[in-house]
Design a protein around this ligand. Structure first.
Ligand code: ACO
Length: 428
């Protein structure tokens, strides 16, 4: 093999430059030495939407989009989803290793003792309108947590960071459940220390009159969905957490930025959009027309396509298995028929095949959540619950990386050259 360098010739000047290649990348800042005229600031790389730019070094999640591979800290997602609990997965992402039994017990215990939120939090949530979108409430509420814990500003202190990590993991299910209750005009249910992480969340969400019969199949299915969503390297919301966190703001504020990014229909909002799309299609007989409509540029087939996965999304495969277990418990959802038919046609259609568009994690997750009793506008909240450990792990990794600074991209200016302000009555 030749040397790990890249030699480029600047045809504007005829000068040759040799740039080091490390881990398959060149440093964009190395381009700065390539200059045509003195004072031009040097060459920049232009990469809108970061299609081919590595923004950090990360040891958390590995994805090979062409091969359909996803690994957390080296462990294949299939094994993690089958063998680990959500809190074990969170520990793995955060600490880098799977916990031993005593480590897991201590981690679970730490979380159990922080599930309560300040009583003022109930008043805060009550301030939202009855029809407020659950994601809007969630992002506001998590941002508001920063006002309850001003000590979270001590981001340079490892003990404080651990405490905020525990607070976030412990309180998000409580807040998420209360957001659900608020939307339905139901009184808030307080956390129960005798229940596990998932069981407690489900109980706070669905308990009525002091009663809720747990369905362990549905609880484990929800847990698997959360595990499948737990991290996905530098996606839009994680990049938001890292970018906002790079200003050294507290983690509650940084995570609320992640929730805001996840809210969007091209990201976490896609599972909600899938259900709306299935409603719009209405009947299996309308599927061919809908496919033609999408191909004609009339919209996107929501739940299809992925920036990274270009063969298949390994999470979608696992989710289909979960769907079978859930529908065996709850009975078939008529929209599933429409979804299966959409998938069947799209996977054979040249338009989708040539663009490498396959079902992504969100294609079936919405149907599963609906079968579990969650309303459509709540699906993304469940995604946020799952993604939380990834956001925190990535935030902490960013803070401990000596190469990271405040995130501040460059731009290519395309506006006016300098001009003079004209008095208002002289403007035409
Ligand atoms: N339906 C129809 N056509 C599509 C779709 C789709 N879902 N996705 C991409 N395309 C087409 C585009 O129109 C484009 O076609 P063209 O080359 O003829 O112009 C081509 O495929 C490439 O699309 P891009 O937008 O360049 O792909 P990108 O990688 O930027 O987008 C994304 C990825 C945002 C996920 C996109 O596939 C999409 O919008 N999917 C639907 C929304 C969705 O399901 N999002 C969830 C993603 S998973 C997650 O966030 C957890």
């Amino acid at each position: 093999m030749g040397s790990e360098t890249l030699t480029v010739v600047d045809n504007r000047t005829g000068r040759e430059y040799t740039l080091p290649i490390e881990d398959g990348t060149i440093r964009a800042t190395d381009l700065g030495q390539i200059s045509a005229v003195e004072g031009d600031g040097g060459l920049m790389s232009y990469d809108p939407a970061y299609l081919n730019t590595s923004s950090c070094r990360s040891a958390i999640t590995y994805i090979d989009g062409d091969a359909g591979i996803l690994r957390y800290r080296g462990y294949p997602i299939e094994q993690v989803a089958e063998q680990a609990t959500f809190l074990e997965t969170a520990y793995l992402l955060l600490e880098g290793e799977l916990p031993t039994a005593p480590q897991l017990a201590a981690w679970e215990d730490d979380i159990r003792t922080h599930t309560y939120v300040h009583t003022n939090f109930a008043k805060f949530l009550d301030g939202f309108r009855y029809d407020a979108h659950p994601m809007g409430m969630l992002l506001g509420a998590v941002g508001a947590l920063s006002t309850f814990y001003p000590d979270a500003k001590q981001i340079g202190d490892a003990e404080s960071r651990y405490l905020q990590r525990v607070r976030l993991m412990a309180k998000l299910p409580t807040i998420a459940a209360w957001v659900f209750r608020h939307s339905r005009g139901l009184p808030f249910v307080y956390p129960r220390n005798d229940l596990g992480y998932i069981g407690n969340f489900v109980n706070m969400t669905f308990e009525i009159g002091g009663r809720h019969e747990p369905n362990l199949v549905l609880q484990r299915s929800l847990e698997i969905l959360l595990i499948l969503h737990a991290d996905h390297e530098q996606n839009c919301s994680t990049s938001a957490v890292r970018g906002v966190g790079s200003s050294n703001v507290d983690p509650f504020s940084a995570v609320s930025a992640g929730i805001a990014a996840l809210y969007g229909p091209l990201h976490g909002g896609a599972n909600e959009a899938v259900l709306r799309m299935l409603d719009e299609i209405g009947d299996i007989a309308n599927v061919p027309d809908f496919i033609e409509h999408v191909k004609g540029g009339g919209g996107r087939l929501m739940g299809f396509g992925h920036r990274v996965y270009k063969s298949y999304d390994p999470r979608a495969k696992l989710i289909k298995q979960v769907a079978d277990q859930v529908f065996a418990e709850t009975g078939l959802n008529p929209k599933l028929e429409i979804a299966l038919e959409l998938e069947r046609i799209a996977l054979e259609d040249e338009y989708f095949v040539s663009r490498k568009l396959y079902p992504n994690v969100d294609f079936y997750s919405g149907l599963i959540y609906q079968a579990m009793g969650y309303p459509t506008d709540y699906f993304t909240v469940l995604f946020a619950l799952g993604r939380l450990p990834g956001w925190i792990a990535q935030w902490e990794e960013m803070l401990s990386d000596p190469e990271q600074k405040i995130s501040r991209p460059r731009q290519t200016y395309t506006g006016y050259d300098v001009r003079d302000v004209v008095p208002i009555d002289a403007r035409g």
